[in-house]
Design a protein around this ligand. Sequence first.
Ligand code: TYC
Length: 111
Amino acid sequence: MSDYPEPFHNDDVALETEKPKLKRPPLYRVVLLNDDYTTMEFVIEVLQGIFHHSEEKAAQIMMHVHQKGAGICGVFTREIAESKMEQVLQYAQQNKHPLQCTMEPESDDED
Ligand code: TYC
């Protein structure tokens, strides 16, 4: 049964067809930077605790950062990436490690 009283007319109303809003949100990479002082164990702990990587994957990412200078911890929407980055910086500071972390747009045409 209809929810509207009958008869229902909308002859005078101009109905515009709107394009469906299906755009995906822009994504951001959270990037971990190498330094000479943060322990490897601490970096692995961060990657497991904040980014939910397995111990094996965390060790792999840590070694990549250690050898190449930087590496991706994960890809997230902006708010999540910001939150992860802040958690890393705060946790590192609390534990007196100079570990640095940054974020960058996943795609070049987004900022
Ligand atoms: N280079 C550090 C060491 O030799 C380990 C390290 C890895 C530090 C990754 C930071 O993001 C980092 N103890």
